[in-house]
Design a protein around this ligand. Sequence first.
Ligand code: ADP
Length: 213
Amino acid sequence: MYLEFTKRQEAILEIVKKQGPITGEQIAEKLSLTRATLRPDMAILTMSGLLGARPRVGYFFSGKTPGRMVAEKLHKMKVGAIKSVPVVVDEKCSVYDAVVTMFIADVGTLFVVREGGFLEGVISRKDLLKITLGGHDIHKLPVGVVMTRMPNIIYTDQDESLWSAAKRLLTHEIDAMPVIRWKEDPQGANGLEVVGRFSKTNITRVFVELGED
Ligand code: ADP
């Protein structure tokens, strides 16, 4: 997406906004240029989405501002397309092992799952720091004691929009959410199977990609 246009492209935009639909020939005439000279500019403006083109009708202004197009992208993009692999531990895993897992996997949030990959809890860096300050034997203490448990876990699914999921991370002041899928557990109850991780890093990655577009 080109957010900065040349003076000529700005002039074309103005003409199409005021007089569209208008043919390339007519635009060229108004600017006292040849149709061929304008071709690259028209290509840039249509590719950016600001102008639409219809055969035998001509160019028209799409009404989409660059900001609006970014917003549309953020709403269209789904958590499922940008999620990461979840890093999970068992409830009986020691606080010490959880710290080691965080280092090895290079993540800031671990998800606690029971057999079958069903969500039980979430552990953040500060949860682990806090318990470490308490003078406990972190080799013996299980993470089940420090984790945030169901039903207090904020989770997302593959179909939530990037924008909505990012907004919820801010609202709840958390760094990550498990991406879940409803699935029957071995007891026949409805369980939340952890299928991914959605964190602030995923959002940063999309942000950088949008800047490069
Ligand atoms: P940190 O504690 O390292 O700053 P967070 O801001 O993500 O990391 O976590 C703050 C608190 O919220 C922690 O106690 C953590 O257990 C809890 N928490 C983190 N993620 C979630 C989540 N998805 N749902 C519910 N609670 C969470």
